[in-house]
Design a protein around this ligand. Structure first.
Ligand code: ZN
Length: 346
């Protein structure tokens, strides 16, 4: 019996009314002469004498709660013109806490890179993600049918009769640099951040889309020394002032000579650890002097001007900076991962 009355108490406490009819139905059900509470009081005579006191107390509690609830409902319905659409609101309650979001780590690192280069006079340029063959390959010294194209297998929107009719998702943001060179004359100093695509199997270290920042500087008398000093400045700003760099010879169709750049491992400070595979160095970008063929393709006089270019993956930098071990985390939208960047200021 007592259990049943406890249930009724919870029911009364949880009751909400959005209009006067519902409030009146509540009153009739519990508080009228033929209502539940009157019935419970009438039952009193059947209760064992030694339990009557306890029974009386609990029924009284139910009665008080019901009366109180009806009064509160009536007052709030009167105040709202008899029809509160929705539950009764207590405006004195503290507001519900809401969670602040976080920037995506890719956005944080992209902003940091842009900020570092903008301090030495680089502008930001953007271009389309769907590119023609000329801007993505041919202008950048990838000849038609040349095996160098296999380094960057991509997704074709239209596979033309020949390579040069093809339309594809861009494999790098170097295509933006071609557009900048075609539309302006040196001095050119620009970086191109953006999303790029490669036909790769998805794993912890590779994805079919990722983000790049490519940089380009063209002017009279630009030398490899300028390239090295610019990248040293970037490495110190990004990874700390005690960071060292080293350049290793490499190959890209659009630069000559070409190099890969390593920075000293920021975790072991060059002593050797798991992250740097005990070498003390981490590879972070590719670079080189712009091939004169590329300048000529873009109507820039290669006899008068020279320049350098570099390109890096934003995911790679973010993984090193935040010690992230799986590339897939960036695109899985796992809130537990994303929440960890709440305190980061870009
Ligand atoms: Zn290390």
């Amino acid at each position: 019996m007592e259990e049943k009355i406890q249930e009724l108490i919870s029911e009364v406490e949880a009751f909400e009314a959005s209009n006067k009819e519902q409030a009146e139905a509540f009153r009739l059900k519990y508080l009228s002469k033929k209502g539940i509470i009157a019935g419970l009081f009438a039952e009193m005579k059947n209760v064992q004498p030694d339990q009557r006191k306890e029974y009386g107390l609990i029924v009284n509690e139910l009665k008080n709660k019901a009366e109180n609830k009806f009064q509160v409902l009536s007052e709030s319905l009167d105040a709202s013109g008899g029809d509160a659409s929705g539950p009764v609101k207590d405006l004195t309650l503290p507001a519900e806490p809401y969670e602040t979001g976080a920037r995506h780590p890719i956005s944080i690192v992209r902003k940091q890179i842009v900020s570092i280069f903008s301090r030495i006079g680089y502008t930001v340029s953007e271009g389309p993600e769907i590119e023609d063959d000329w801007h993505n390959f041919t202008a950048l010294n990838f000849p038609e049918n040349h095996p160098a194209r296999d380094m960057q297998d991509t997704f074709f929107i239209r596979q033309g009769a020949t390579d040069k009719d093809a339309i594809a998702l861009r494999t790098h943001t170097s295509s933006v640099q071609v557009r900048v060179m075609e539309n302006s004359q040196p001095p050119i100093r620009t970086i191109s951040p953006g999303r790029v695509y490669r036909n790769e199997a998805i794993s912890a270290r590779a994805h079919c889309f990722f983000h790049q920042v490519e940089g380009l500087y063209i002017d009279e008398g630009v030398s490899f020394a300028d390239l090295k000093q610019t990248l040293l400045y970037f490495a110190k700003e990004m990874f700390g002032s005690d960071t060292k760099i080293r350049l290793r010879p490499s190959y890209f169709p659009f630069t000559e000579p070409s190099a890969e750049m390593d920075v000293t491992c920021s975790i072991c400070k060059g002593k050797g650890c798991n992250v740097c595979k005990h070498t003390g160095w981490l590879e972070i970008l590719g670079c080189g002097m712009v091939d004169p063929n590329v300048l000529d393709n873009c109507k820039i006089d290669s006899k008068k001007y020279s320049g350098f270019a570099f390109g890096m993956g934003i995911e790679r930098i973010a993984m090193l900076r935040y010690d992230i071990n799986d590339l897939r985390l960036f695109s899985e939208n796992d809130i537990r991962f994303l929440k960890q960047f709440r305190g980061e200021i870009a």
